[in-house]
Design a protein around this ligand. Structure first.
Ligand SMILES: [Zn+2]
Length: 302
């Protein structure tokens, strides 16, 4: 079987948009939910060829999934992702015969009435569609979408339709690389501790992407579970010597002894400094991730 790797970058970087204000800020769930909907309908045989119809089964499943993940004022509007997914490289539109001209001039989502009368079908890259026709391909696809967009709803979303054992996405270098780019862009290639930013034209950068809660524990590649850190701060972070706190302030372990060496003295200076924030408030480290990290911060030797 061909694997999903060629699609991971695109799936991790869906152009979803952020809505809401302040701490209510969050990504719109519509596009990834439409993709989960399509995977479900392929599994159930509702979609058997690579023409995704605007059908009651599609709208109903989308609404069911939507209830599981909705936040704030999110509205269940399946027509939007059905249309806007065309900006993603693997989703295309085909006009219903006779409607080619109308479709060629569409610049915003058609109304539900227009869709019901038949206007466009969604079409996936053929290779992706073939993957989704296999159980293994669908499971991996769902794991990827859920890990990136809805990790906190993992059980509900993954158990909803399929009771089969899911492949817990193993260490996959392509997935890691997609996560890395996501986090580096979220933090604009800057260390969230010291602000160091070095990015050469060939994309070499001094900054790494670190998971707050390790992927093997949380299956969580959402940006709120990541931090961009320079090599030194990444090293200290991985050893639970530093952590951001809920107030967005760095805390340094009491195991660091500033009088022992200039290096430790420099690391100790981070204590009490502000976390350099991501581009969008929606991507600040989640409370769950921060609390997990704080609970692991190395204390005084007993
Ligand atoms: Zn740093």
């Amino acid at each position: 079987m061909k694997d999903l790797d060629p699609y991971l970058e695109s799936l991790y970087h869906l152009n979803v948009g952020v809505v809401g204000q302040g701490s209510e800020q969050h990504e719109r769930p519509h596009k990834p939910l439409m993709l989960l909907t399509v995977a479900d309908l392929i599994e159930e045989g509702e979609i058997s060829e690579n023409r995704i119809k605007w059908a009651p089964a599609l709208r109903n499943r989308f609404s069911e999934l939507f209830e599981l993940v909705r936040k704030g004022n999110d509205q269940s509007t399946p027509q939007n992702p059905f249309f806007y997914l065309r900006s993603e490289p693997f989703w295309h539109h085909l006009a219903i015969p006779g409607k080619e001209e109308v479709v060629a001039n569409l610049s915003s989502p058609p109304s539900i009435g227009e869709l019901k009368h038949g206007l466009i079908d969604g079409v996936l890259d053929e290779e992706l569609f073939q993957l989704l026709k296999t159980e293994e391909g669908r499971n991996e696809f769902r794991e990827i979408i859920v890990a990136r967009y809805f990790p906190e709803k993992r059980e509900e979303l993954l158990n909803l339709k399929s009771k089969s054992a899911l492949i817990a996405a193993p260490d996959n270098p392509v997935r890691s690389s997609a996560f890395r780019r996501l986090i580096l862009e979220t933090y604009d290639y800057q260390c969230a501790a010291c602000g160091l930013r070095i990015r050469l034209p060939n994309d070499f950068t001094v900054v790494d992407a670190a998971h707050m809660i390790p992927f093997s524990v949380g299956h969580n590649d959402h940006p709120t579970n990541g931090l961009a850190l320079c090599k030194n701060h990444h090293w200290a972070f991985d050893r639970f010597l530093i952590t951001p706190t809920e107030k967005g302030i760095w805390k340094v372990s009491s195991q660091i002894e500033p009088r022992r060496s200039p290096g430790e003295a420099e690391l100790a200076e981070l204590d009490g400094e502000r976390l350099l924030p991501p581009r969008e408030e929606a991507y600040l480290p989640s409370s769950e991730a921060v609390l997990w990290r704080e609970s692991k911060l190395l204390r005084d030797p007993a």
